[in-house]
Write a protein that binds this ligand. Sequence first.
Ligand code: GSH
Length: 207
Amino acid sequence: MKIYWIKAQAPRRVLALVKHLGAQAEFIETSRALKTPEFAALNPNMKAPVLVDDDLVLWESNAIMAHLCIRESCDMWPARDPQEQVEVIRWLSWNDCHWAPAVGPFYFEHIVKRTFGFGTPDRAALVGKVPNLKTFAAVLDGHLRSRTHVACDRLTIADFALASMATDWRDAEMPLEAFPNVVRWLDNLMRLPAWADPWPQAQSAAA
Ligand SMILES: N[C@@H](CCC(=O)N[C@@H](CS)C(=O)NCC(=O)O)C(=O)O
């Protein structure tokens, strides 16, 4: 199995899960190859992550996480329970439509720019993003008031999806201090070694 990755939030979900599951994989750092025809043949979106598992070529981190759970018999994707699948899909959808767009501008200005050398954060551009972040942080905080995890009362791929940008909230200057249940949930995830340090050590690089 091969995982094509760059040091960014969507690959982070997949890399953390592979490590958490103890699955064997070759990790291919792809930042210099994303826009090549060879990589476009794997993922026409020219984005990471991509998983290659025998004949299967899979892009989209949530789908990759579900595949990994099925492959490794892990209930972080509830393959045998349709009602739990509904619950996980609800939160994956909420992430894509609401939470990721709310936290994404902060993640981009502070983390993406620093990681890829795109310049300094434009804090002024973030001022207008605060109300939307607070709106959806309040939803998540209320949900987590009586829960340790986002879905199914246990760790699922929904936790990794929702936390993939928010986990950097302090560095990214996301105003989440007023949402203690979100902070507790993010701090607890950081106690998972695979989540705290998902990045592969030895890297092969795509040309
Ligand atoms: N929805 C996709 C997002 C993929 C994506 O946007 N990947 C980013 C990193 S988080 C990327 O490859 N960016 C490089 C680029 O767009 O050039 C997923 O979850 O896999």
